[in-house]
Design a protein around this ligand. Structure first.
Ligand SMILES: *[C@@H]1O[C@H](CO)[C@@H](O)[C@H](O)[C@H]1NC(C)=O
Ligand SMILES: *[C@@H]1O[C@H](CO)[C@@H](O)[C@H](O)[C@H]1NC(C)=O
Ligand SMILES: *[C@@H]1O[C@H](CO)[C@@H](O)[C@H](O)[C@H]1NC(C)=O
Ligand SMILES: *[C@@H]1O[C@H](CO)[C@@H](O)[C@H](O)[C@H]1NC(C)=O
Length: 458
């Protein structure tokens, strides 16, 4: 009797422990949303070591094999943290964010630091540029005047990408994935690289009220649809190769593509004072996004989640989906009634599975499962942080412009003369090439109509 009780006891204790930790964080009031976001922000930054002695500011550990994360994801983390500040008002991390955003600008102040040349894609640079743009739009505290300014950094990224160097006639136009011609993936034109460029162009057009940026955004949207990277049902496919004149479309779909185009389209809609053309496009893309990337109103990364073949990059896409669809509802308010209830339900599912780790508040990746799946990392945490802090959108100021309170200094000449290094590529190591950029590995991971040689190549 006694001995069997002893055997049962630890099991009973374990059980109680589980019940306690299975209590998920609450988002049922604004105060609870803020305190949950606070926990998540702290958890997200446990993956960041850039403030420690001997570590590099701005980046998450990596790139592989040095750590799990590519350079771009640092830029994405700071965007998530800028939104966190904007929505919650918590200034705890602002200095860390500013230091990180400024440390990685590179010598030409255009987010092309020499360290990452060997795997530098237009999308990687674009993610940092979009975080700088966000800082300008939410009036994140400006850096000291002898430092690069948020708006000028976003312009620099855009200007380097609008340079004739980056636009050739293959496939009838568009940006390539990689920037230096010697990089693996230079022969690929993809939706995310062009999506970041489109998004930034639309935002700069609205912020500066300057048609030059809007023209580029229009042209980019037209090109993406004309070659079928976005089809008539608003499915956005990954990319295609210049060797086939972009006819070998890789049909893998990722939620960050939908999000980046939706937000850009919303800015175009707002910039054009409600042009019906953009309203129709947004409506089509909203419906397609809810159809393809939400299962019963819970975010689901369709190309990789079912069999959990998501790469580290892909494990962070849901956060951009939530954050950018949320901002869309501020500048294209007609979308709010349809979209916000979906995002709310999805965010509830997101926090419900954050019951892992020693704190019982660590998030996994599979939101639809209802329980912690054991998949932990910066992306998984950023996803939920983005979804939760965005719930405060009702009380948040919409993105400003130069004429409506924006204080960031621009520079019409930012990013000129930046691309000279393209003609003298830096030495490339096998390690750098093998992992390059945001998506290559997806081809290995996803099964639909892929061209596996692209990433297996080296
Ligand atoms: C580039 O890499 C070196 C060596 O790891 C590091 O000391 C430096 O801070 C890095 N620069 C940037 C901008 O990341
Ligand atoms: C390549 O694709 C573009 C865009 O679809 C098209 O305009 C052009 O005619 C194509 N070129 C060739 C050689 O097929
Ligand atoms: C543009 O965005 C502002 C918020 O900054 C919003 O008040 C306005 O209604 C939007 N314009 C249109 C046409 O929806
Ligand atoms: C609009 O932006 C472009 C690109 O930066 C610049 O060359 C042009 O001078 C700007 N136009 C105005 C009216 O400021």
């Amino acid at each position: 009797m006694a001995s069997s009780l002893l055997r049962i006891l630890p099991i009973a204790l374990l059980f109680t422990g589980d019940l306690i930790s299975a209590q998920s964080m609450s988002i049922d009031s604004d105060d609870n949303v803020i305190s949950t976001a606070k926990t998540l922000a702290a958890n997200a930054l446990t993956y960041y070591h850039g403030t420690e002695p001997g570590q590099t500011p701005g980046i998450l550990p990596g790139p592989p094999p040095a750590g799990d994360y590519y350079w771009w994801e640092g830029g994405a983390l700071w965007g998530t943290m800028i939104d966190y500040w904007h929505y919650t008002g918590d200034t705890t991390y602002n200095d860390i964010v500013t230091q990180a955003m400024l440390f990685q600008t590179g010598p030409n102040r255009d987010y092309m630091p020499p360290n990452v040349t060997a795997s530098l894609g237009n999308d990687d640079q674009g993610f940092w540029g979009m975080s700088a743009m966000l800082a300008a739009e939410v009036n994140f505290p400006n850096p000291p005047s002898d430092q690069p300014q948020w708006l000028a950094l976003a312009q620099a990224v855009f200007h380097t990408q609008a340079d004739p160097n980056r636009h050739d006639d293959t496939c009838g136009g568009g940006l390539r994935w990689q920037i230096p011609f010697a990089n693996n993936g230079y022969d690929y034109k993809n939706s995310i690289a062009n999506g970041c460029f489109f998004n930034l162009g639309a935002r700069l057009a609205r912020y500066l009220h300057n048609q030059t940026y809007a023209d580029w955004a229009e042209k980019t949207w037209d090109w993406v649809t004309s070659i079928g990277l976005m089809d008539g049902d608003y499915r956005i496919y990954d990319g295609a190769h210049v060797e086939t004149n972009c006819t070998d479309i890789n049909r893998a779909q990722f939620s960050y593509n939908n999000a980046v185009y939706l937000l850009g389209a919303a800015y175009m809609y707002n910039y054009t004072d409600g042009d019906q053309k953009w309203e129709q496009r947004i409506n089509g893309l909203v419906d397609a996004t809810i159809r393809d990337f939400f299962h019963n109103n819970v975010a689901f990364e369709i190309s990789c989640e079912e069999h959990m073949t998501c790469t580290t990059d892909m494990l962070s896409f849901k956060g951009y989906l939530h954050r950018w669809m949320t901002t869309m509802t501020q500048i294209a308010p007609f979308t709010a009634a349809k979209v916000l209830p979906v995002l709310k339900q999805s965010a509830q599912a997101a926090v419900s599975q954050c019951t892992g780790g020693t704190d019982g508040k660590t998030c996994g990746f599979e939101w639809t499962s209802g329980k912690f799946d054991g998949s932990m990392g910066a992306g998984q945490t950023m996803n939920v942080l983005g979804a939760v802090s965005s719930l405060l959108v009702d009380k948040a100021q919409p993105p400003v412009t130069q004429e409506s309170g924006g204080t960031s200094q621009g520079d019409p000449n930012a990013g000129q003369d930046s691309d000279s290094f393209m003609n003298t590529p830096a030495p490339i190591t096998t390690g750098d090439r093998a992992g390059a950029g945001i998506l290559t590995a997806l081809v290995l991971a996803s099964c639909v109509g892929t061209f596996a040689w692209m990433s297996i190549g080296d």
